[in-house]
Every structure is written in structure tokens, then in C-alpha cells.
Write a protein that binds this ligand. Structure first.
Ligand code: URA
Length: 265
């Protein structure tokens, strides 16, 4: 099976696909000893070199995953023209490759955000076809009646698309503020806020508490991140049908961040 050269390079964490296209155009990439052309496709038998160094030797040091407890007011973007703080500001520096965020959260949304240096893992975790669910704790003003709850799980029109929660549960509350837990199979922009808005309800707090098998650890303070241990990374990859190619680079912490979860392959 062949894949576009810029995708293979981006999946190795060397940069974005567009950046990789620029590297190819600049003649920095060779395939089987010859300068690669834009549009080239490669398979596992092709030898790729970046600036004359074989990609196997220039590769990233294993698959790493970071769990961040995002705070409000921070954006999920590498750069912000308005100069606001971004989630990438505080992540550890990678000697090779770069951190890729697994999806996005709105600026006001808090909670679990995953990062990895492995483009293949980021893709598998975020692609709708993988069948991974996301759980959010949501604070709204007032309580929804049974009809509204039914509509939110059956499907409502949101900007011309039918959207729904796969589950919605009342959690607790008093007075004006009430908390629900909702589960989504996809993570479209503003989806939770839009779904509640479709029932005339404004979300005043939104926090992601779970991403598939990864739960937001209770011990992780707001704004802090922790690197996932090797055992958890291996288990996560196995759930997604991915292999673990390299030996552990870091001892697992004593506390796992995963809950039991079905295999998705
Ligand atoms: N849904 C939203 O509305 N916002 C988020 O940040 C995530 C999911």
C-alpha cells in the first residue's frame, strides 16, 4: 500500500503536511537515493532520507502521550494572532517531532486534552470512524425536561446537521445551576454548546472528563499535564489496533489513567 510522501513524513512528527510539501519542493527529501518529486507516493520498502539522513535513524524516540487538564482562557492552536496563551506554551520540548493535539477544545472549555508526537495515533484517536467516545461534564442554568432530553439523544438539527448525544445523565445541582454528563461519539466544534442551545439552554461550564479509555486524573491540577506511562500508551495503542514498536522510554507511573474499554478493531 502506498501513501503520499508528505503524509508519511508528517506522521513521523517532522511537521505539518504543508510544511513537508515545502521540504519536498526545496529538495530536502530523497526517496531511494533520488530527490523526491511533489506528489510522490511511497510504501514500507522505500528508503526515505531527510537532508541526507535516513529517516529510520532520524526518527522520533517512540510514541509519547501527554494528558493535559486544560484551564479556561487558553486556546488550542500553535499560534494566536491575538497573542493569547496556547496549550502548547507549557508542553515539554521535543528534540525531534512536535506535539499534536488530539482534537480541540473551545477557549472556555476545561479538562482533558491529549497530545502525542505520533501522527498515526493522533489520527486514530480523532477520526470519527474509530468509534471512540468523549464524555463531558456540563453546567447549565435550569433543568431540561424529559422531552428535551429525548430530543438530545434522538437527534436535533444543528446548523443543518443532525447531531445527538449518545448518552445524557443528570448529575446534580441546586438553585439555578445543574450539572449533566453527556457522551458524544464525535467532537465537532462547539457541538456540546450547540446541542444544549438547540433546546434553549446556555452552557455556563464545560469540562471534558474522559476521552475513550482515558479519564481525566483526579490528581492532575487545572493547567497541569502529565506524561502517560508506557503501559498505558501500549494499552491505548492496542485498543486502537496499533502496535507498540519501541521499548519503553519511561517507567510507568504507579497510577493508570485508563479505564477498561472495548477493543475498537
Ligand atoms: N463541545 C463544545 O461545545 N465545546 C468544546 O470545547 C468541546 C465540545
Amino acid at each position: 500500500m502506498t501513501e503520499k510522501l508528505q503524509k508519511v513524513l508528517a506522521d513521523r512528527g517532522l511537521g505539518s503536511r504543508r510544511q513537508m510539501e515545502r521540504w519536498i519542493a526545496a529538495g530536502r527529501i530523497a526517496v531511494n537515493g533520488r530527490p523526491a518529486a511533489i506528489g510522490a507516493r511511497v510504501d514500507a520498502t522505500d528508503e526515505i532520507a531527510v537532508d541526507g539522513r535516513n529517516l529510520a535513524r532520524a526518527s522520533t524516540p517512540g510514541c509519547r502521550v501527554i494528558v493535559l487538564n486544560k484551564r479556561a482562557g487558553v486556546i488550542v492552536s500553535r499560534r494566536d494572532p491575538e497573542g493569547r496563551p496556547t496549550v502548547f506554551d507549557d508542553l515539554p520540548t521535543l528534540r525531534t517531532g512536535r506535539w499534536i493535539s488530539v482534537g480541540r477544545l473551545d477557549i472556555a472549555t476545561t479538562g482533558l486534552l491529549l497530545f502525542t508526537n505520533d501522527g498515526g495515533l493522533a489520527h486514530a484517536l480523532s477520526h470519527p470512524s474509530t468509534g471512540i467516545d468523549r464524555e463531558y461534564a456540563v453546567r447549565v442554568a435550569g433543568m431540561l425536561d424529559d422531552e428535551a432530553l429525548g430530543r438530545l439523544t434522538k437527534g436535533v438539527d444543528v446548523n443543518g446537521r443532525v447531531e445527538s448525544f449518545s448518552d445524557i445523565r443528570y448529575y446534580n445541582g441546586s438553585g439555578t445551576n445543574h450539572w449533566y454528563h453527556v457522551v458524544l461519539m464525535e467532537g465537532r466544534n462547539h457541538e456540546v454548546r450547540d446541542l444544549f442551545a438547540s433546546q434553549g439552554t446556555v452552557v455556563s461550564r464545560l469540562k471534558r472528563v474522559r476521552y475513550g479509555p482515558v479519564v481525566l486524573p483526579a490528581w492532575l491540577p487545572r493547567g497541569a499535564w502529565e506524561e502517560m506511562g508506557f503501559d498505558d500508551v501500549a494499552a491505548l495503542r492496542s485498543i486502537l489496533g496499533m502496535s507498540e514498536e519501541r521499548p519503553p522510554r519511561k517507567r510507568s507511573p504507579s497510577r493508570s489513567m485508563l479505564i477498561p474499554y472495548p477493543n475498537l478493531t
